[in-house]
Write a protein that binds this ligand. Structure first.
Ligand code: FMN
Length: 325
């Protein structure tokens, strides 16, 4: 089912989450091909963008086939956040500017007082969102957590402020900052946010297949679901959820042949974007994700963690799948 973010029509309700080190152009292309209705690029730092940091700017790379795409920024300083959003508005080909108010990692949430730390300061949230909305022409969205910790669950209040400030949609990752990625997402928080605001609400947390996606949509009434860890090594998840939402069918998991092909395709596209050295290092993480649930793959996992070249990576993968077709 389609829904709208600002004037932009999103063709379905299944969205790829922003994931640092993962949601880059090659991965976004794969997930769009398998049916993601919207893809989020990983977060970039406001200051990194403004200080002309090359590494940060490279993170903005995107192609037309990924669209619609949201570019996420993080920071905590009103002035630099607005300038960074303006920079993205003018220089990035993305369709939506998303603000990170959920990142729990100490470097972001403690040292920079950004990400989930903003949940402690709803007034600042209002000002950042409002100033950015007034400054840019693309729709602005915000990704929040349930709250800072279980004693301060304030997603509903924060969501209302975000709506008043003019945002076009809100994503709720229904965990507190202190939960990190542990425990369970609390669907009641997403439901309460959905009931409290009129802009679209994207539910996030623990969606790993068709049934969990449908349960989140039905239980909370949210407009769309966002998939993070369930997509790691698993771009097929979007087609599976799509099918399940359509007619309740659970389609078979990819074959070994498909997994092998996908691993090598992903490797090739990362090499093209980032060069062989960085691509192989990144594939050391993706490799084990693709192999999750595959029997007898522990030796291959070890081999991939030491692979230094594209050729080496390929040889290990092909040898394994030839022996385990
Ligand atoms: C490797 C990794 C990187 C992430 N990077 C970001 C990020 O850059 N920005 C963000 O808002 N959330 C980030 N997240 C959080 C996810 O977007 C998502 O909110 C979280 O994983 C919960 O969804 P899930 O249960 O479907 O994984 C990251 C998560 C993971 C696992």
């Amino acid at each position: 089912m389609a829904f709208k973010i600002g004037n932009l029509t999103i063709e379905n309700q299944i969205i790829l989450a922003p994931m640092a080190g993962v949601s880059n152009s090659p991965f976004r292309i794969l997930t769009r091909q398998y049916g993601a209705g919207l893809v989020f690029a990983e977060m970039v730092s406001d200051k990194g963008l403004l200080y002309e940091n090359d590494k940060t700017k490279k993170l903005l790379y995107m192609t037309d086939i990924e669209k619609p795409m949201a570019q996420q920024i993080f920071g905590s300083d009103l002035i630099t956040m607005v300038k960074a959003a303006k920079y993205i508005d003018e220089h990035s080909n993305c369709d939506i500017i998303d603000i990170n108010m959920g990142c729990p990692v100490p470097k972001v949430a403690i040292k920079a007082q950004a990400g989930a730390s903003l949940m402690k300061n709803p007034d600042l949230i209002y000002h950042i969102v409002n100033e950015i909305v007034k400054t840019v022409s693309k729709p602005v969205t915000v990704k929040i957590r349930s709250g800072w910790d279980h004693q301060s669950i304030n997603a509903v209040d924060v969501a209302k402020r975000i709506e008043q400030a003019g945002a076009s949609a809100i994503t709720v990752h229904a965990r507190t900052r202190s939960q990190g990625y542990g425990g369970h997402a609390d669907l009641d928080v997403i439901k309460a946010v959905k009931q409290a605001v009129n802009i679209p609400v994207i539910g996030n947390g623990d969606v790993t297949d068709g049934p969990s996606a449908k349960h989140m949509l039905d239980y909370t009434g949210c407009d769309a679901v966002m998939i993070g860890r369930g997509a790691l090594g698993n771009p097929w998840i979007f087609r599976e959820i799509h099918q399940y939402l359509k007619d309740g069918t659970i389609i078979p998991r990819p074959t070994h042949q498909e997994i092998q092909e996908m691993m090598l395709k992903h490797l090739d596209s990362l090499v093209e974007l980032k060069g062989e050295h960085v691509a192989v290092l990144e594939m050391r993480s993706h490799g084990p994700w693709y192999l999750k649930g595959i029997d007898h793959a522990s030796e291959l996992r070890k081999q991939l963690s030491t692979a230094r070249t594209k050729e080496e990576f390929k040889v290990y993968v092909e040898a394994f799948f030839n022996a385990h077709p």
